[in-house]
Design a protein around this ligand. Structure first.
Ligand SMILES: Cc1ncc(COP(=O)(O)O)c(C=O)c1O
Length: 389
């Protein structure tokens, strides 16, 4: 047996490694409080679950789905975009349901990247942006997201020959892992830069609905020319706590949507229809769950920010996304500080280095931890700090 060489370029997926470590410790009887994964702990709202149960009994949903998804789902996605962002989408040409947005994010590189091509990728960033590029035979060019630039890429700093050579640019706001946000003027600058260099933009908007106080994150699709140069990936995972059901969407430029459809229709057979029916209910039904979830995440954010300040870990208060991106104390790397928290406090976090070289010096806390576990985690952090002094 001989495995393809491209696999040599793929590191193990960040969370496979972290989950394994936590599982090993738990198997030894250790009680680990995990702030590592961005997977909402609160259940999927009951109207959505009921819809899945009903749809599961309907024989029409027992057969192969179409890659393009149900027309009614594409229509519901278009309606949601109009209601939420004021963006008009053609459900036949500008909307494609996905088996979770990660699937589409990985596959779209196949539409643009030839061996040796480049994609501009944020660093730190959600790993599938660069891994999709590498699997397509391309090379990521990492755009540093620096704290002094509010974790936005500096387009001016990208060398001209790289910008001209690149085919795609990835953006993601509200951002994982930094919790940073971008405003419409940033997206306008990104679109202008993409025009100048004949780049396609892929914006990952998975976290636009996870926001605090009265902050309301924009969509890249609100930029006047967005549909001419880009697509946006969105997800029901974080908005409706549907990570287990696997459903998301790509919207925007019709040619890009068609290219992604062509790749996908040759590789997958769509999203189970009962889940598509549930997604229609999620998008068209009551949206109250979003504010309810956000109020809970906001309380958790404030509690965790308080203890981080007490124990001397610096972090910005995130306006959106359920992550806190904290600086590790001087003298530690992100990996050895993560290990220290695990060994000495029984707390799991994600080391910043896992998101790219620029993530060094940071750790990520996710707020998707049940309240009682969060309290336990906070107490452990305080006690550990007292002992460690
Ligand atoms: C930035 C970002 N994009 C996309 C996803 C994937 O979401 P989905 O569940 O839709 O595949 C995640 C999941 O953590 C994410 O953090």
């Amino acid at each position: 047996m001989q495995l393809a060489k491209r696999l040599d370029k793929l590191p193990p997926y960040l969370f496979v490694d972290i989950n394994q470590k936590i599982a090993e410790l738990r198997a030894k009887g250790e009680d680990i409080v995990s702030f590592a994964l961005g997977d909402p702990d609160l259940p999927t709202p009951s109207n959505i679950i009921e819809c899945i149960c009903q749809a599961a009994h309907d024989p029409a949903n027992h057969r192969y789905p179409e890659t393009a998804g149900l027309w009614e789902l594409r229509q519901a996605i278009a309606e949601w975009y109009e209601k939420r962002f004021g963006v008009i989408l053609n459900p036949d040409k500008e909307v494609l349901p996905l088996i979770g947005s990660k699937e589409g994010i990985g596959h779209i590189a196949q539409c643009f990247i030839e061996p040796g091509d480049m994609a501009l990728v944020p660093d730190p960033g959600y790993p599938p942006f660069s891994m999709g590029t590498i699997l397509a035979g391309g090379e990521p060019y990492f755009m540093p997201l620096k704290e002094e630039n509010d974790f936005l890429p500096d387009f001016e700093a990208i060398p001209e020959e790289i910008a001209n050579k690149a085919k795609l640019m990835w953006l993601n706001y509200p951002n994982n892992p930094t919790g940073a946000v971008a405003e419409l003027d940033f997206f306008e600058r990104a679109a202008h830069f993409a025009w100048q260099h004949n780049l396609a933009i892929c914006h990952d908007a998975a976290y636009t609905e996870v926001a605090f106080e009265d902050y309301c994150p924009p969509s890249f699709m609100q930029v006047a020319q967005a549909k001419e140069i880009g697509v946006e990936f969105h997800s029901l995972s974080k908005t409706y706590h549907m990570t287990g059901w696997r459903i998301g969407m790509a919207v925007g430029n019709a040619e890009m949507i068609d290219a992604l459809f062509r790749v996908k229709s040759n590789l997958d057979s769509g999203i189970p229809q009962a889940i598509q029916r549930a997604a229609i209910e999620a998008l068209r039904g009551s949206q109250n769950c979003i504010a309810e979830h956000n109020a809970i995440f906001q309380q958790r954010r404030d509690k965790l920010m308080k203890v981080l300040a007490e124990i001397g870990l610096k972090a910005r208060v995130p306006k959106a996304a359920f992550y806190i991106w904290a600086e590790v104390p001087q003298g530690y790397s992100s990996v050895n500080f993560t290990q220290k928290l695990l060994d000495e406090a029984g707390i799991a976090v994600t080391p910043g280095l896992g998101y790219g070289r620029e993530g060094e010096g940071y750790i990520r806390f996710s707020l998707t931890v049940p309240d009682d576990r969060l309290e336990l985690g906070i107490n452990r952090l305080s006690n550990w700090h007292r002992r460690d002094k």
